[in-house]
Structure formats: structure tokens, C-alpha cells
Design a protein around this ligand. Structure first.
Ligand code: M6R
Length: 612
């Protein structure tokens, strides 16, 4: 949550910071602001999107070669102008941008008020900059020392950058549990929550670690220390991402682009892992930890949102093929419920961003308790990826739309590869079945391409139901998590209430909701329990529900009882979620567009949830 950007160098800072904020807007869009240093410290901030700030700042003094900027997802304090970042110290000398939460801000604020500090906002961040100001004055220390001292007093998560009127050639940045990347250009530096604002200027970056402080000075080598002042040797890494990947490329929305990218992103997830000639699967992280996986008592997945739905698919896949017991946990519950864990457990975190606070905390808890920890992340160098003993990147490319699409199918691809690898190593799969599944997996990108051809038909269906107040999604077996995912997609971007249910569970309650106004999306491909799903759909029909069936090509039985059917190619049910989810993504996309919703940045949400 919240995006931060900073620049110091020889160029004008404002255009760089503003463009960076637009790239980071997916992280929060409640307000935006910048602080620039000309002869004075100029702060401009506005509630709402970055474009509001842009209009507001148009006629202001924007001259500065150093600047910081912030786009906010509100936690402490309403999303208004006053609570927007940057926040300044009481003496107007310092300004700060912050992503994270200072948990003990209230106690610190009370102390500072006693010492005469006056606060303008309701934010935790303003407390931190006043604390730094207080330490500079009381201890007569430099800015960097004061930052370190203050961070020793702070409990919580932070990625911060501070600008100082008395040190116009310097920025101080620090992080703990919130991401922060520093770009090293030619006599210029960039700081941001992720690499997207940096990529067009330099590929050389440093990922700051927890409790590290960077002293960034114009014309100097960057200096990094930890909060105890131990010198750290900066590790410069090269970014692999390219600029095209983070632009819309002619699509109206990032979400649509990302839906259409799935044939390529699924292929990228398999690249170097599935040999299309021999059908052999090699998943690096699993090979590395082979002994642990072979002796594991359990695999426990921890994840949130869409990634949690992928984990459910992973449970079905691994138990089905590799016969290893699997549990799936909401990371936010797992971390606080004192779970029983042992050294023979493998805890796998699934996260697109690799920054989800609950998932990271669940993983850290598992590590403390001696479990082996593994990460399935999309963002290279993210906190979860770096915290794990081993892992597999999904390689789906940057996902900018807040609603996760290509990350879901990439995660499932990795989980399929994992299940196949484990099953082969355990000897729990026949050679023929293994070959059959790897051949079909290899063909999935083509099949996804075929499903995408139904876009116009799906758009037509969206038009029929765009005004519905509720939706029900039903699926069985591998398609049950897909039903959950379809419902989540619809509610998060179109604000229509939707629920996903195991088809057979409907009769235990939700059936009471069904009448002629209820659209029911039934994911009813030709899987083992096909006939039972048909019976469940009959139960909907008998109560006048409107059925939209996602069916296997050539299906007649469901067509006969449905208002609409969307055909998808036949595949083994093990791989079904990779294609059955595509029509659901498109359906929610079109409904949201028709309802005039902000598809890429739905209200109240943010792409990466770095708060509890
Ligand atoms: O980055 P992560 O995969 O850890 O994010 C988890 C959820 O916040 C995320 O999947 C969220 O539910 C999406 N908005 C769903 O589209």
C-alpha cells in the first residue's frame, strides 16, 4: 500500500517523480503529493488521484533537482489533503514520504505533544518526522543519525524517504518490511517502492534490506548502514524487466492487456522447466529441496486473495498426483493462531507481489517454528522471495491491474509443475499419465488463446447481466477454486456482490437466494463429477435462476438448460482451472467497464497490501 518515489540528480525532479507516481498508482490512489526543494521546501498535495495533484501543481513553482512523491492508500486518517504525504517537521525543515505503519505512533505522539509539537494531520507518518526533528534538536546530531535513532524507537513497517532544506544535496531512505528500490544512474539516484518508475532511467538497482538506511548524496557514492550504524556493502543488481511490459500497449486497460497476455505468460512460467520435446519437468526450487519435499509430513500453503485461490488448486493437484497431505491457510489467520508446525513441514507462500504483509508474516512465523519455507512469487527480488529458503518465480511479467489475472494462471502453472515433479519423484504417477499431463500442459497457452476468441460473446453476456445485484458462481473439484476466483474478480472491480460455492454445497443455504433475478455462473466442464454438476444446475433451473454455463466444447446437456453457454476446449481436469478462469476474467472485466467502474484501480483497493 502506498507508493513512494524520489529523485536527486541533474534533471528536473518533478516530471520524474510525477511519472513514477502514475506508475505506482496501483499501490493506492487516495491522495498524492510531492515535496520539492528550490530556495524553499515546496509541498503540493491533493486528495484523490495523481491527476488531481498534477492539475493542482500546474501553476506552482516546480523547479528542483531533488524531490520526493507519494501516492496514498489511507490507513491512519481520512483520505484528504491534510493527511496526504509528504508530511513536514514542525520547523518546516524536513519532509517525509512513508509506506507502512508506525504501530506505536500514538505513544510517540503523546510524548512529542508534551514537548510542544503541534500536529496537522491524523497520520502516523507525521509523528515520525516530528520525532526526527526532536532528535536533531535535542541530541544535536546529523539528519542521518537522527533517522537511525528514531527508527530504533519505532515499531512497525516503513519505507521512507526524507528531504532536508538544510541538506539540499541529500536524501535519506530507509526500510523495514515495506519494499524500497534504489536506482543508480549517472550522477543521479532514484528511489521507489518498485522498479517501475526507475526502469527507463537505469537498470542498476539496490534492494534495501530491513532496518537499513541509505544516505544518498548528489555526486557521491551511495552509503548504506543498518540502524545500529554498521556499514553495509551495497549489492547492485541488474533489472530484468523492460519498459514495454509496464505500458498498456494499445489496450484500454491493464487488466485487459494482462488477460490477453496469458498465452505468453503461461508459456514464460513453463520456460526452462517443461521440456516440450521430452516432456520432462525440472522445477529448480523443488530439485534443490528434494530430500525435504520427499520427507515432508505436510505442505502448507499460506496466501491471500487470488493467490489463496491458486493455493486451493495447488492442494487438489499435489494431493491428487503426489499424495502429500496439503493444507491451505489464509495467511492473516495462520500468523495469529499459534499453528502446530514442525521441521518436517514445508510452508509455501504464494504471492504475486511478494510483499503482502500477512503472507510475509505467516512465512516468518513458519521459519521461526523450524519449517522449511518456499516462495512462489511474481515480483523478482520481492520481500517474500528474499525471505524464503527456496522458491520458484512465476515469470508472468509485471501485473499492474489491481485485479489479479495472469498472476493466477502463472501460479497454477507453477503448481502443476510442482505436483508433476513431486509425483514423479515419489513414484505416485504412471509414466503414461505423466506424459499425458505434460503434453497437455504444454498445449495450454494455445487453448487459452482459443478461449480468448470468445471475447465478443462474453461481452454480449456481460451486457445482459451488468445490472444484476448479485451473482453466484458454482464449481466442483478443480473448478471450485475457479468459482471463488470468478466471484472475487466480479466483486472487486464491478462492486456487484458475488459468491463462489462448491456446486453441491449450494443446497445447504445459497439455494434460498435463487430466483429469476439471480445469474448463476456454473463452471461445468467434463470433469469426473460432471453429471452431479448437471444435477446442481437443474436445481438452479427449477428455481428460475439464470444460468451461464462454462462448458466443454460440444456439451449439449448444459446448453439445453442454460440461458448462455461459453464453450472452452477439452483438457484434463487437472489443468482445467488454467482455461476455465479466462471467461470469468473477461466477464467481470466487461461488466465493470459497462458499469463505468475504474477497472485497473477499483475503489478502496491496492495492488500490494503491505499492511495487516
Ligand atoms: O500480491 P499477492 O498475491 O500476495 O496479493 C494477494 C491479494 O491481495 C490479491 O490477490 C488480491 O486479492 C487481488 N486484488 C485479487 O484480484
Amino acid at each position: 500500500m502506498c507508493g513512494i518515489v524520489a529523485y536527486i540528480g541533474h534533471q528536473q525532479a518533478y516530471p520524474i517523480v510525477l511519472k513514477g507516481l502514475k506508475r505506482l498508482e496501483y499501490r493506492g490512489y487516495d491522495s498524492a503529493g510531492v515535496a520539492l526543494l528550490d530556495t524553499d521546501l515546496n509541498i503540493y498535495k491533493k486528495a484523490g488521484k495523481v491527476s488531481n495533484l498534477e492539475n493542482f501543481a500546474e501553476d506552482k513553482n516546480l523547479n528542483s533537482t531533488v524531490g520526493i512523491g507519494h501516492t496514498r492508500w489511507a490507513t491512519h486518517g481520512a483520505p484528504n489533503d491534510v493527511n496526504a504525504h509528504p508530511h513536514k517537521s514542525g520547523n518546516d525543515r524536513l519532509a517525509i514520504i512513508h509506506n507502512g505503519i508506525i504501530e506505536n505512533y500514538d505513544a510517540l505522539k503523546k510524548e512529542l505533544i508534551k514537548r510542544g509539537h503541534i500536529f496537522e494531520s491524523d497520520t502516523d507518518t507525521e509523528v515520525l518526522i516530528h520525532l526526527i526533528e526532536e532528535i536533531i534538536a535535542k541530541d544535536n546530531v546529523s539528519l542521518e543519525e537522527a533517522v537511525r535513532y528514531s527508527l530504533n524507537e519505532v515499531i512497525g513497517a516503513y519505507a521512507i524517504v526524507i528531504i532536508d532544506k538544510e541538506n539540499p544535496n541529500k536524501l535519506i531512505a530507509a526500510r523495514n518490511s515495506s519494499p524500497l528500490v534504489i536506482g543508480i544512474g549517472k550522477e543521479e539516484f532514484f528511489v521507489a517502492s518498485d522498479a517501475t518508475p526507475i526502469i527507463e532511467f537505469t537498470k542498476n538497482v539496490i534492494y534495501l534490506d530491513d532496518e537499513q538506511v541509505a544516505i544518498i548524496e548528489r555526486g557521491q557514492e551511495i552509503k548504506i548502514v543498518d540502524i545500529a550504524n554498521k556499514q553495509i556493502t551495497p549489492m547492485i543488481q541488474e533489472l530484468e524487466m523492460n519498459l514495454e511490459a509496464i505500458e498498456k500497449g494499445g489496450y484500454e486497460h491493464f487488466m485487459l492487456k494482462e488477460i490477453y497476455e496469458q498465452p505468453q505468460s503461461i508459456r514464460a512460467s513453463m520456460l526452462g522447466r517443461l521440456n516440450s520435446v521430452t516432456g520432462e519437468v525440472t522445477l529448480g526450487g523443488v530439485e534443490e529441496f528434494e530430500a525435504k519435499f520427499m520427507n515432508a509430513d505436510r505442505i502448507i500453503f499460506v496466501a491471500c486473495g487470488t493467490s489463496w485461490h491458486s493455493a486451493l488448486v495447488g492442494e487438489y493437484m499435489i494431493e491428487d498426483l503426489a499424495r502429500i497431505p496439503v493444507e491451505v491457510e489464509y495467511a492473516s489467520e495462520f500468523r495469529y493462531r499459534n499453528p502446530i508446525l514442525s521441521e518436517k513441514d514445508i510452508v509455501i507462500a504464494i504471492s504475486q507481489s511478494g510483499e503482502t504483509a500477512d503472507t510475509l508474516a505467516a512465512l516468518e512465523l513458519a521459519k521461526e517454528k523450524g519449517a522449511t519455507i518456499y516462495g512462489i512469487c511474481n515480483v523478482v527480488g520481492s520481500s517474500i522471495a528474499r525471505a524464503t529458503d527456496a522458491g520458484s518465480y512465476t515469470h508472468a511479467g509485471p501485473e499492474i491491474g489491481v485485479a489479479s489475472t495472469k498472476a493466477f494462471t502463472a501460479q497454477i502453472t507453477i503448481l502443476a509443475l510442482m505436483a508433476l515433479t513431486l509425483a514423479q519423484k515419489k513414484g505416485s504417477i504412471t509414466k503414461t499419465r505423466y506424459q499425458e499431463l505434460t503434453n497437455q500442459l504444454n498445449d495450454i497457452p494455445r487453448l487459452v488463446g482459443k478461449v480468448l476468441e470468445s471475447n465478443e460473446q462474453i461481452k454480449y453476456i456481460a451486457e445482459q447481466y451488468k445490472d444484476a445485484a448479485n451473482f453466484l458462481y458454482l464449481g466442483r473439484g478443480y473448478n471450485f477454486p475457479v468459482a471463488l476466483e470468478g466471484a472475487l474478480k466480479l466483486k472487486e472491480i464491478s462492486y456487484i456482490h458475488a459468491e463462489g460455492y462448491p456446486a453441491a454445497e449450494m443446497k445447504h443455504g445459497p439455494i434460498a437466494l435463487i430466483d429469476e433475478n439471480m445469474p448463476v455462473v456454473a463452471i461445468a466442464t467434463r470433469i469426473a463429477n460432471y453429471q452431479k454438476v448437471v444435477s446442481n444446475i437443474q436445481e438452479v433451473k427449477a428455481r428460475n435462476g439464470n444460468i451461464i454455463g462454462i462448458v466443454t466444447e460440444g456439451d449439449e446437456a448444459i446448453r439445453a438448460i442454460s440461458e448462455h453457454v461459453i464453450e472452452i476446449p477439452a483438457t484434463d481436469e487437472f489443468l482445467d482451472p488454467l482455461i476455465s478462469v479466462i471467461p470469468l476474467q473477461l466477464l467481470s472485466y466487461h461488466i465493470a467497464v459497462m458499469r463505468d467502474c475504474n477497472v485497473d484501480q477499483p475503489r478502496n483497493l491496492a495492488k500490494s497490501v503491505t499492511v495487516e
